[in-house]
Ligand binder design. Structure first.
Ligand code: SF4
Ligand code: SF4
Length: 444
């Protein structure tokens, strides 16, 4: 049997908690009676709000216009009346403006037959315009897919890499897209290939998703193309785009570079499904698949959720809590934002960047007091980018940010492998993140 592909150094194996969540098929979450739709996506600029209290909005109507290319437009996820525009707590722990919509009126899009667009007659720029206006972004990021693709087109990429690798515990949204929507994912990939002109299309999965991937490959073949399925090791952070491209192509990305420097465009499977919905069905991006899981919950669920649904409602829908959570994470256990269980996390709205809401117990959290460094070198061995986390951290703590930058502070992705590996519980990744923010003058 061929060995799974993997990146050359570092990384960690996390506890395998995903089997149960992967078994739960996607089901539609109940329509929220109130949607709290943020104007800013994680890491992006805030959109200019186009509505005010008292306005009526239709499902899918544009309610936020992005101020620049770093962000995607925002659409109403439910029809109804705007009752408030106010500051709310967001899933990354910051606050930001959100439009509060009370459900009412009729659905302009859901439950109605949709005309299917024949995209084969459209040119790349027409497709990119549709995808941009629909607000499709890279999964987990604010960057619009249309911007990423337009940049990539200018560099004639060779490989289109669809990413379904999920090495963080409990995550299952990408796997479920493959298992539940193989034809739609295949069509999204065909459209992307037509836009980018890539010779090679590769679907990246871990071994347990190979069967689901074969169904996507069969659908892709039926439409006249060839899709390779590549099996990767589940070592974290295998899904990071430069680790994925390096493992597939057997070459390292230049320091500070991207997968595109190796000729690869990497995007999550969820983004291809959303791209397909935008181009074929004319559907804006106001839903996403969210895995609700963790030991403080009864059984995990994969829910198709309207953007702006509050986390407390999702947890109720998933059967409610069986224990008080010690922490609630929006996103993956390593890269997501963790709220203490005592915080007001129930009111936090789910957005396109939130693949999971994890209800964790005490035993899932790193515990113990910080102790002095043992000079054991485990953080060096764990860093997938070959950095020296302990030294970077010491330099950053001393305040010498310029020196930290020359030693690679800007190349730290915040993956958290160093903190996880450290026996002295030194919060290396958090310290480096803070240093990057200070170095960038307050905004990362
Ligand atoms: S958080 Fe930064 S320093 Fe630590 S392992 Fe990840 S990339 Fe390396
Ligand atoms: S892993 Fe922790 S204790 Fe070991 S060298 Fe790195 S910072 Fe020091």
């Amino acid at each position: 049997m061929t060995q799974p592909l993997t990146f050359p150094r570092g990384g960690i194996h996390l506890p395998p908690h995903s089997q149960e969540s992967r078994r739960a098929p996607i089901v539609n979450a109940a329509m929220p009676s109130v949607a709290v739709v943020p104007m800013r996506r994680r890491g992006g600029s805030a959109a200019v709000c186009l509505v005010a209290p008292g306005d009526r909005v239709a499902e899918g109507e544009l309610i936020g216009r992005p101020p620049d290319q770093s962000s995607a437009p925002v659409h109403a996820s439910i029809p109804g009346a705007v009752v408030e525009v106010r500051e709310v707590l967001l899933s990354d722990g910051t606050t930001g403006q959100a439009v509060v919509i009370e459900l009412g009126g009729t659905f302009a899009q859901s439950g109605r037959p949709r005309p299917v667009r024949d995209w084969t007659h459209l040119g790349p720029s027409q497709i990119l315009t549709i995808v941009g206006e629909a607000g499709v972004a890279l999964d987990g990021h604010c960057e619009p897919l249309a911007v990423r693709f337009a940049t990539a087109r200018g560099r004639s990429p060779q490989v289109l890499l669809a990413n379904a690798v999920e090495s963080e515990p409990w995550l299952a949204a990408e796997f479920r897209q493959l298992a539940d929507r193989p034809g739609d994912v295949a069509e999204g990939l065909r459209i992307a290939q037509a836009v980018l002109g890539c010779r090679r299309v590769v679907l990246a999965v871990t071994g347990d998703a190979a069967q689901a991937a074969d169904a996507v490959a069969a659908a892709f073949r039926a439409s006249g193309g060839t899709l390779e399925v590549a099996v990767f090791d589940g070592r974290y952070p295998q899904e990071e785009e430069t680790r994925l491209a390096a493992a597939l192509l057997g070459r390292e990305v230049p320091r500070g570079g991207t997968a595109l420097d190796l000729g690869a465009v990497v995007t999550s499977v969820s983004s291809f499904a959303a791209l397909r919905d935008a181009v074929v069905l004319g559907k804006p991006c106001f839903e996403r698949i969210v895995t609700v899981a963790g030991p403080a919950l009864g059984a995990p669920r994969n829910l198709k959720v309207r953007v702006g649904t509050r986390a407390g409602e999702l947890v109720e829908e998933a059967g409610g809590l069986v224990a008080r959570p010690a922490a609630v994470v929006f996103g993956g256990a390593m890269q997501g934002h963790a709220f203490p269980g005592s915080a007001d996390w129930q009111e936090v709205p789910v957005t396109q960047e939130v693949p999971a809401v994890l209800l964790l117990a005490r035993g899932d959290l790193a515990r113990g007091r910080r102790r002095p460094c043992l000079r054991c070198g485990r953080c060096l061995d764990a860093c997938p980018w070959g950095l020296v986390p302990v030294r970077l951290h010491e330099i950053a703590e001393s305040g010498a940010l310029a020196r930290a930058s020359t030693e690679g502070l800007g190349e730290c992705t915040g993956c958290g492998c160093c903190s996880y590996a450290c026996p002295s519980r030194i919060p290396l990744a958090a310290g480096l993140r803070e240093a990057r923010v200070r170095s960038a003058g307050g905004a990362e």
